[in-house]
Design a protein around this ligand. Structure first.
Ligand SMILES: *Cc1c(COP(=O)(O)O)cnc(C)c1O
Length: 334
């Protein structure tokens, strides 16, 4: 590993100015049901209403806008479990560039076709993010495309961090922020932004039991690889990258805790979103609900902000979860 890069508050504030008008400033609303249940105000950052259905548009837009005109003309390339691909396809098109997206065969079909529809070139390779990444490396070195990775890049982390600035603006006394965690771009950016303004606030990363690469890496003290398994929270799949430069160190230094959620708990979160909050969220976007409902946030200090990070779930799967199925992937994962 080379020396880690940390993303500064200034970089996040610059990103906020750069992407203003190009991404939505999503609403922040109080949840009556969770505030009552937890005994402290619980606010919801409705980022699943973001254009392309997830926060990934913030980082992708900041990254594309940070390129030189010559780099933009060559086009961008990334490996993606779906939402980064969508976001990069949209951002590249919006700024007059082109995107090539590589992804593993584990990515659900609804996400693949959506990325094609957004105008990107799609390449399906291998059974893991790491294999898809090898194709990205090849396209970058052989064809000169510019790599824009899903999380481990300063411009991506700064873009995702703009969410943290908005949360503190909308809930100035926030004490606990619950943030979905996979590669850590979102958690690193949000933690840096929130703690710059509210040094005592706790930022807790939430992820699924099945394939929690960042949790395993933090415990090992270095990025480690773990096996990927199908999960309701498919957007939280993928490794952290063995040569991680930005997000591992930032998550290690800035996150107060990482909490793991079972498939049953994530399903309960998706149902809560739908039945109590009247929101459709994907598994990754429901982990905040899952953690609060399961009582897994210890010594709760309010006010709490929960990030609903995305809504790109297959609607057939969503219906099955709403109808009571808790673990649609049990057999595949066994
Ligand atoms: C990518 C993604 C995450 C995790 O973000 P990282 O920056 O990889 O930690 C969480 N939720 C959704 C909906 C996502 O698309």
């Amino acid at each position: 590993m080379s020396a880690p890069l940390a993303v500064t508050t200034e970089a996040i504030e610059a990103a906020s100015r750069r992407i203003a008008g190009r991404v939505l400033r999503t609403p922040f609303v109080l949840s009556a049901s969770l505030s009552e249940r937890c005994g402290v105000p619980v606010g919801l950052k409705l980022e699943h209403h973001q254009t392309t259905g997830s926060f990934k548009l913030r980082g992708a837009t900041n990254a594309v806008l940070s390129l030189s005109p010559e780099e933009r003309a060559r086009g961008v390339v990334a490996a993606s479990t779906g939402n980064h691909g969508r976001a990069l396809a949209h951002a590249a098109k919006a700024e007059g560039s082109s995107a090539t997206i590589c992804m593993s065969r584990l990515v659900p079909e609804n996400k693949v076709s959506e990325i094609r529809r957004l105008g990107a070139n799609v390449r399906i390779v291998g059974r893991s993010q790491d294999e898809a990444q090898q194709e990205v490396d090849r396209l970058a070195s052989d064809e000169g495309l510019v790599m824009v990775p899903p999380f481990d890049h300063p411009a991506i982390v700064a873009g995702q961090g703009t969410l943290g600035l908005e949360i503190v603006d909308d809930m100035p006394d926030v004490s606990t922020v619950l943030v979905p965690l996979s590669g850590g771009g979102l958690a690193a950016g949000v933690a840096a932004a929130v703690k710059a303004r509210r040094p005592k606030a706790r930022v807790i990363g939430l992820t699924m039991e099945r394939g929690a690469a960042m949790k395993a890496s933090l415990e090992a003290g270095r990025p480690v690889q773990i096996e990927e398994e199908p999960s309701l929270a498919d957007s939280l799949g993928g490794g952290v990258g063995l040569d991680n430069r930005v997000t591992f160190a930032m998550c290690r230094d800035l996150l107060d805790d990482v909490v793991l959620l079972s498939e049953d708990e994530i399903a309960a979160g998706i149902r809560h979103a739908y039945e109590q909050e009247r929101e459709i969220v994907e598994g990754a976007g429901a982990v905040g609900f899952a953690a609060l409902l399961a009582g897994k946030i210890k010594n709760i200090e309010g006010p709490i902000a929960v990030i609903l990070s995305g809504r790109n779930i297959d609607m057939g799967l969503h219906l099955r979860v709403i109808n009571g199925e808790t673990d649609p992937f049990r057999e595949e994962a066994a």
